[in-house]
Design a protein around this ligand. Sequence first.
Ligand code: MN
Length: 284
Amino acid sequence: MRICRFDDNRLGLVREDRVHDVTDALSLLPSLRWPYPQGDQLIANLEALTARIAELAPRAPGRPIAAVKLLSPVANPSKVVAAPVNYQKHFDEAKAQTEVFNQDVKTIDKLGLFLKASSSIVGSGEGVALRMEDRRNDHEVELVAVIGRKADRVPRERALDYVAGYAVGLDMTVRGSEDRSFRKSVDSYTVIGPWLITADEVPEPGALDLRITVNGELRQHSNTRLLVFDLPRLIEYASAFYTLYPGDLIMTGTPQGVGPVVAGDVMEASVEGVGVMRVSVRSA
Ligand code: MN
């Protein structure tokens, strides 16, 4: 099932190239009182919701997907976890271009993971609004896993049981010497979309082609089988240090070919079997 959030926080079921408005399913979500529980309530209640969505879909009006504004399918993750230098050839290019990457490049087992501000999240229909335009702003296409339930110290053998679904991600980055969490947390620098596809439809997340073009030119193209730390290892690694909550996003890392974008560019990012998203770039 492909689930999207669109326009004014409508909930959609995507079938072929149409969005069916199933917003009424949100009435199943519990009414909560402060302090709200950690995590995203849509994802925490996804099982009940998908059953309701399936009931509503046959009589839900459909619109062409190109006619709606796609927002991030996950609205309120407690955190965005991201993997640095998690493809060998990206490590190699970072090592070779110290003037761009401007820091001692270490391997992921030395660096650990980093966090991006959840305020940086947008959907594909919102686009990226560049800041610090005198500096290099790069695209990084990544497979994103959405955590489905509370995960505390999960061994890799059971890690995929905790994944609710997947999305395509862009870990946009201002290059420079500051900490990653700072340079990668600019508003709109975490693009999640075009929708969430439920995990049952992605049986082998460890063998997915991913790519990105900018203005039609291929920039990055690889496969998740080349991840240094694969997704189960990333979930094991992250949850060894902190509890993951429903809706938490795991950005699995980007392959070689990262490069700059400028205002006016259009990126098209895709992960095989997950989706394709077109994302425009403008000045903030
Ligand atoms: Mn990245």
